[in-house]
Structures are given as C-alpha cells and as structure tokens.
Design a protein around this ligand. Sequence first.
Ligand code: JHZ
Length: 407
Amino acid sequence: MKCRICGSKDLKKILSLGNTPLANSFLSRDELKKEEKKFPLEIFFCSGCSLVQLGIVVGPELLFRNYVYVSSTSGTFRMHFAKMAEEISSSFNLDEKSLAVDVGSNDGILLKGFRMMNVQTIGVEPAANVARIAEQDGIETINDFFGRESVDEIIRRKGHADIVTAANVFAHIDDIRDVVENVKHLLKKEGIFVIEVQYLVDMIEQMTFDNIYHEHLSYFALIPLVHFFRMHGMEVFDAKRVGSHGGSLRVFIKKLESSHAVRGSVAEILDYEKRLGIGDFGLYAEFAGKINDTKKEFVSGIRLLKSQGKSIAAYGAPAKSTTLLNFCGIGADCIDYIIDDSPLKIGLYAPGTHIPVVSSKMLDEDRPDYVVILAWNFAKEILEKTRKYAEKGVKFIIPLPEFKIVG
Ligand code: JHZ
C-alpha cells in the first residue's frame, strides 16, 4: 500500500471500523436474500505528506455507476450550491461567454446555479440514472467518469473551461493525478479549479467520523493538498471553510502561469492546521480514542431507551448512516424504520442493518417515541419539517458530535 499523493509506504493505521457494506448500497427486497458484500473500513495516516486515507480502494464502477444519492433532496444544499455559483461567478467575472464544468455533477445542483448566472455549463456524471435526472432538468451532462475522453468531448462541444468544479467528489477518486492533468488540459490559462471536500479538521473537531466510508478514499486537510497541487504544476491560491457535510473546505487552484494572486487565507489555514497537529500522528491516535468513546455513548443511549420500552425510528438515510449504524452495531432490533425523502431510497433497505427506508408519511401512521436524525448535518431543516410531530410529543435525537435529545 502506497500513499495516493506522495507514494510513501510509511502509512500508520489510525483505526479500523470493521467490515462494512458499501455506504450507498441500499438493497431491494430481493437482494436481502443474497449475501451482502462487505469490505474492511480502515483509515491510515501517511508520515510522508500527512494525507489521511483508506486502506483499500473499491472499484468506482461498483460504487458510482448506479447511484441512489441525489444532491437536491435537501433545501439547505440547493441553497448552498446556488450561493456557491453566485459567489464564484461574481468573484471571477463569469458571464454568458464563460464555461463552467462540474465533475461528478450529480443531478446538476451546482450547474443550475451557474445557469442562473447566465454562465454556460456542462456536467460529467458517471451514474446513468442521476445523469438522466440532470438532462431532464435541462443540464447538459456527459454520462461518464471524468477522464481524457470526457474532457476531449467537452472541448469538442463547448471549448475550454473558465472554471472546473468538483464538489464532494475529489475525495472519491483514487487517481487524482490523472484528474489534475485533465483539469489542466481543460482549463483556459486564467481558468480556475475549485474543489469542495469534507474537511479533516472538522471531522476531528466535530467528531463526524461517520463520514468515513468506502466512497471517501482521502480525508483532506490543506497541508497535503497544497503539496499535491504543487507536485503537479498547479497552485492553491485561496481556501475557505464552509458548513456543508458538518464542515468542508473550498479550495481554489490555479495554473502556475496564471495571474491570480495567492490570498492570505492559504497561509492562515495552513498555520491553523500546523498548530492543531495535522502532520502529527498523535492527533489521530487521540481521535481514534474519541471515536470509540462516541460509539459507546451512542450505543448506550439507544440501548437505554430500548430497555425502557421506547420505540425508535430515524430520519435521513445518508451514506454516513451506514458507517454509524454498522460500526455501532445498531440495527433493526433498535430502529424500526428510516424515513427519507428521496424517491430513490424509499422502498429499499439500509446496507448491513436492513432497516426499511420509508417515506415521511409513516410519521402520520406511526408515532414513535424517538426519531434519530441520522442526517444530523440537516438537523435544522429536518426539525423544522417535523415540528408538528415534536409538538405531539415525538422526541428527536442528534447522534453526533455527542448524543443529544431535543424536543
Ligand atoms: P447527505 C453524500 O453523503 C454522498 P450522505 C456522497 N458520497 C458524499 O460524498 C457526501 O454526500 C459528501 C435525506 N434527507 O447529503 C436525503 C431527507 O430525507 O447528508 C439524503 O438521503 N429529508 C456523494 O448521503 C440524506 O438525508 C431532508 O429534509 O451522507 C442526506 O444525505 C433532508 C435535508 C435530507 O449525504
């Protein structure tokens, strides 16, 4: 095993979260009868460049060709991406002559924002079912993985890009060197590459360890990213922390020869990471200990309620709930069903635990004592839409960063 960024073999194991199923492999009733594939979920720290990464790579064809995750299910997210497109368009003076390309464009959530700003758009999305949703919404989408072929197709159809974005997708790619080479080929001289990744610092500070699953091959801090882009002829010139997914980092990258000035934010964030100990294995050993404590707290909180005869449901069937529930061993014996508003997940069963995923209508028919908000990053939005049940006595549980009962 070698580090994805620097090739070092000096990788130290931080923690094993056991053998878990793929986070988005929700099962149909028929599939419940078959044996479910499980893979070791282990994270490592690279002593060479400080990149935190998974020990194994599950093939992207298995993970991403048919995908149940549709970004626009959450209103909070629709707003987040509309604002991102607006901010980038005005900061970099994009107009109707500019081209924005989104890598892993899902249902077109970010490109719709660019379209609102009159910028030309095209997406690249490997999941055929999700790319179709984007096309139906008028977002031109190439149904493929991002690579030399799709890049040449974009250039043929639209020309070179002013901006390439990759939101919640850079951590999913094994060969990120290949991505960078293709991004450089696609961008104009002054064009920029913007990535948004879940931020390792937030994962450690907010205990959002359930974001560890097989889709996420890398857990990025800015230190290894700056090093990585420099190795491949690009430069990080701005970075900012944003709230999505429990805390993410938006990173702006330019070609070396372009004229964008490097902002002070880069040095500030690098300095913060150094002080936190991002390059020091001790930080991760401590993190691993806290993960085990958080697990104990979640398990005992749920088991205590069950021992008191309480009924428990859950809201939100995000990918991360596969990690939380499987790692903690909380299954259908504790949680009766999971409500999700995505039509792609309703009617399926959660990976590993086989808890049924149902629509929100269930809350009208059944009145559970407790509802665990598994999509805790959207707790505010979910609590707002379920207020009438809270008023009738349903209590809500936010599992992370610490087990908390609200309402
Ligand atoms: P959400 C996804 O992870 C998948 P997930 C992916 N692998 C990734 O990398 C990360 O994002 C970054 C539901 N919900 O966004 C919708 C409601 O039902 O936290 C989703 O199933 N009603 C690409 O899956 C889930 O919750 C609602 O009102 O962990 C949220 O999933 C809201 C707000 C959400 O990402």
